[in-house]
Unconditional design. Structure first.
Length: 893
């Protein structure tokens, strides 16, 4: 960020007025002025800016986030802020009325050459706004979007107003920035480069002016991926961030220098007019011609794994050849397969579009005709006994279609254009018109009337006009014909209609949906386990146990798990993230969450910011955006939990007898369940082939780490400082040191470091341990100091949740008695020692005691001040890479 003198120099260069300087300074100190909104259409994101050093809010991923990523890696942009301030604009609306709305630009930019407010919109949205508000949004002669009212308002502050369309985003560059984020965030001198890596790469680039990334990562003279990516970041070798995706190693090109890269581009540009033999120039569409070893062939069908083709020299020949993807690739590589002329493309595309709309029954008839004309008809062919006259008619239709469409097969399809027959309603036109009106007025609304009731109301309308109504069956057909997502949404609402929502058609490739490497995108969510749990003694049936998962979207590898009896809260998030850092030294670059309150807490935001992870929300009520983790929960329940004694399995309580009652069959304790659940993930789930990946999650994870770098330089040390940093703080984040110490949540905490000169009456950062309310931490003299409560002997037995339950009980008790509850350490200590507290906190204390061992193992394992774990039986039980997998992963690093 800019220093005050640097900012003042920019003001002087751009001749910013004193009033405008004061306003721009206010923006830098107070932005953002509002929080972004989460809706059913947008995917908001918290962006951890490397340049700014703090977290910014992006209201949509495809617009504002893309701008943030670009600005964070653009040297010309010095600073940028989200939701900076309100600007009052003036323009004439479509009705000719002057309006003066206050708008909030999405971004404020400080650049070397200008100051600017930026409004980010999708291209589709801008096209609609240009029609609705032509005086506010305009497309200039150079194809750039402008907002004259915004420009006028920004000019008063000496700034520009930029309308940034989503088409301006270079998603290749943005994906590369995300990929190299771990390498860009550290000092280049701290990047690990193998001693001989640079010499190997330079030697190979001396022989070849350019090489693919895969060629350098594989073979005898290969280099490790971390060293190669470090060489790119330190500019020892040249890589074009704007035109090559580094995540596609078979296509990404590396050059010795920028001159070689420019030469390559010029050669490619000069070769545009040439037709290069290769599969990349051949798009398989029915009717498309191609040359195979010098002879012309035509595509007659395109399947999932190959094509069917027939020779064009003699199309009366019964020969139809099947070519799979491997054969096509090999023919293209050797130059034997060459695409046909481009003048056939339009007709071939038309044929392909027709085939998409033809029902299977008509295609079946065409297949039977084709067999009789050019092949060996099957004995079950229903047309085998047709006359020669019929066959001649089919052949004539085939030849005519060849001339018209370039493909004779489509001529054999009955009623190809769908124009045969009378498709108009046979009933009275007025009756049909009233039926359509009844459908719109009675059926298509949130009253959710039945079809029978709507038809009755329609019959009354017809009777009033003296018209004979259509039958109920016909009326139901009308409803069926109009069935759509829009209709369902009008009847049952947006959320209930979600399953019928059509898939969004993405016309431009942006970034991989599930990331391009391990630790790129991770999902966190919670779910109650459908099983009854008992305490260690077997006397008490405990409450619901919740499973929290953190899963890597790229490999579907489970990075961390946490089981708790407490409902989802920031504590569950804290423990699963601690577990992930303990096992892997990092968390994913993006953390995808839903809109639950624990994910919107200040603590969770700060924790992700500390670990340099962008937070991304799923749209509200859009469960498919979390399909990766939702399916994992379903798989876990189906394969593991449902097969355990005491599993509830969605049983109907009215039909459950004592012989199958899960409450009576419960035998599992918390600790045993944790052990077996970890064993299930490590030994079964991670090793089974995942149908989507085509390999096991463990294999995908290992191969991804090898190909895209272990990134050891970006790991976080899991020590006591990290544990303290990830503890929660107060709403203010700091506290004033007094004679009694610091006050945190009603309690005073003190340590000997507070007696040092200059500490008294200063404000210090504070943290508290939610698992032990007798301990807190204060940042004094450059390090975290452990502080103890005055009532340490009492509070050390209680967790934050127990204290909260006790506090709420005291407040509720005071409310019923009409008194004011004065909550302090003494009041709480007295209550906790009473019999009443034993009753109130019994179940919570029992559950906390059950999970205490696992929590302590997570918190203390790996601490720099704890050389040996106090809980060896749980030292390696948490989810992680098993020793044999870890050995395979690390053998190349």
């Amino acid at each position: 960020m800019l220093q005050e003198n640097e900012l003042e120099d920019l003001f002087d260069i751009h001749k910013i007025t004193p009033e405008a300087r004061a306003r721009l300074r206010w923006i830098r100190e107070n932005a953002p002025i509002r929080s972004v909104n989460t809706g059913i259409k947008n995917t908001p994101c918290r962006f951890c800016s490397r340049k700014m050093g703090f977290v910014l809010e992006a209201e949509a991923f495809n617009t504002e986030y893309a701008a943030f990523e670009e600005y964070d890696n653009n040297d010309a942009v010095l600073e940028f802020y989200s939701q900076p301030c309100k600007l009052r604009i003036t323009y004439t609306n479509a009705n000719g009325k002057a309006v003066h709305p206050d708008i909030t630009p999405d971004i404020f930019q400080v650049c070397r050459d200008y100051f600017a407010f930026v409004e980010c919109k999708t291209e589709e949205e801008l096209l609609k706004l240009a029609e609705a508000q032509p005086n506010r949004y305009q497309l200039d002669g150079q194809g750039r979007w402008r907002s004259p009212p915004g420009e006028a308002a920004a000019e008063k502050l000496g700034c520009r107003f930029i309308v940034r369309s989503s088409t301006e985003s270079n998603w290749i560059a943005l994906e590369n920035y995300e990929f190299f984020a771990d390498y860009l965030m550290v000092d280049p001198q701290n990047l690990r480069i193998a001693p001989d890596a640079q010499s190997k790469v330079e030697k190979r680039l001396e022989i070849n002016s350019w090489l693919r990334v895969s060629e350098l990562l594989e073979g005898e003279d290969s280099v490790d991926s971390d060293s190669l990516y470090a060489l790119i970041v330190t500019k020892k070798i040249y890589f074009d961030f704007l035109k090559n995706r580094i995540s596609d190693p078979d296509k990404a090109l590396l050059f010795a220098n920028a001159i070689n890269a420019e030469a390559y581009q010029l050669v490619a540009r000069a070769s545009v007019g040439l037709r290069t033999p290769g599969i990349s120039g051949f798009k398989a569409i029915p009717g498309r011609s191609f040359s195979w070893d010098g002879r012309p062939w035509r595509v007659v069908n395109v399947g999932d794994h190959g094509i069917s083709a027939m020779p064009m020299t003699d199309e009366n020949s019964p020969i139809i050849v099947e070519l799979n993807e491997d054969q096509l690739t090999e023919l293209a590589r050797t130059g034997k397969l060459v695409p046909g002329n481009d003048d056939e493309d339009e007709r071939a595309t038309f044929v392909a579009e027709i085939l998409k709309t033809i029902p299977t029954s008509r295609l079946k008839t065409a297949n039977h005709c084709f067999q009789i004309l050019f092949g060996t008809p099957d004995k079950n062919n229903p047309l085998i006994n047709r006359s020669e006259r019929a066959r001649a008619y089919w052949l004539a239709k085939y030849r005519a279609a060849e001339q018209k469409y370039g493909n004779g097969y489509v001529g054999l399809i009955p009623n190809l254009t769908g124009t045969q027959g009378n498709h108009k309603p046979k009933c009275d036109p007025r009756a049909y018109e009233l039926a359509i009106n009844a459908y719109k007025n009675y059926w298509e609304n949130d009253a959710q009337r039945s079809a029978v009731l709507c038809h009755g109301m329609y019959a009354n309308d017809c009777e009033a006009e003296g018209v004979t109504p259509v039958s109920l069956k016909t009326f139901q057909k009308i409803i069926k014909q109009h069935e759509s997502h829009a209709q369902t949404k009008k009847r049952v609402g947006e959320k209930a209609a979600y399953n019928d929502e059509p898939s969004y058609l993405v016309l431009e490739y942006t970034t991989p949906r599930h990331g391009n490497r391990p630790f790129h995108i991770g999902h966190i969510d919670h779910s109650p386990l459908p099983i009854k749990i008992k305490d260690k003694s077997g006397k008490y049936l405990l409450e619901t146990v919740w499973l929290t998962l953190l899963v890597d979207a790229y490999s579907r590898y489970v990075l961390a798990i946490y089981l708790s009896f407490d409902p989802p809260s920031y504590r569950s998030c804290r423990m699963v993230i601690r577990e992930c850092v303990k096992r892997h030294g990092r968390i994913p670059h993006f953390t995808v969450v839903d809109n639950a309150s624990e994910f919107n807490s200040t603590y969770f935001e700060k924790l992700l910011g500390l670990l340099k992870s962008h937070k991304k929300w799923r749209p509200k009520s859009k469960a498919k955006f979390g399909a990766v983790i939702e399916r994992l929960f379903g798989t876990t329940f189906e394969q593991f939990i449902s097969n355990l004694a005491g599993a509830t399995n969605d049983m109907n309580p009215r039909s459950v007898g004592a012989d199958v009652d899960p409450t009576l069959k419960a035998i599992w304790t918390y600790e045993r369940l944790v052990l077996r659940l970890n064993s299930y993930f490590n030994d079964i789930y991670h090793r089974n082939v995942h149908t989507t990946l085509g390999e096991s999650p463990a294999s995908a994870f290992i191969n991804g780490m090898k190909a895209f770098g272990a990134r050891q330089h970006a790991l976080f040390a899991y020590n006591e400082d990290f544990i303290v940093e990830t503890c929660p703080s107060t709403s203010k984040g700091d506290a004033k040191v007094g004679p009694q110490g610091v006050k945190i949540n009603y309690l005073w905490y003190r340590c000997t470091a507070m007696d040092a000169p200059g500490v008294l009456r200063s404000r210090v950062d504070v943290r508290y341990d939610p698992d032990n309310y007798a301990i807190a931490y204060a940042y004094i003299q450059g390090c975290w100091q452990k502080c103890f409560s005055d009532y340490y002997s009492i509070f050390q037995q209680y967790t934050e949740r127990q204290i909260r339950i006790a506090t709420n009980h005291l407040r509720l008790k005071a409310k019923f008695t009409g008194t004011t509850a004065s909550i302090n350490a003494k009041t709480l200590a007295s209550f906790l020692q009473s019999a009443e507290a034993e009753e109130v906190l019994h179940m919570q204390r029992l559950q906390d005691q059950e999970s205490a061992t696992i929590r302590a193992a997570t918190n203390l394992k790996g601490s720099t001040r704890q050389e040996k774990s106090e809980f060896p039986e749980f030292a390696e039980t948490s989810i992680g890479i098993s020793p044999d997998i870890q050995a395979e992963l690390l053998e190349d690093f």
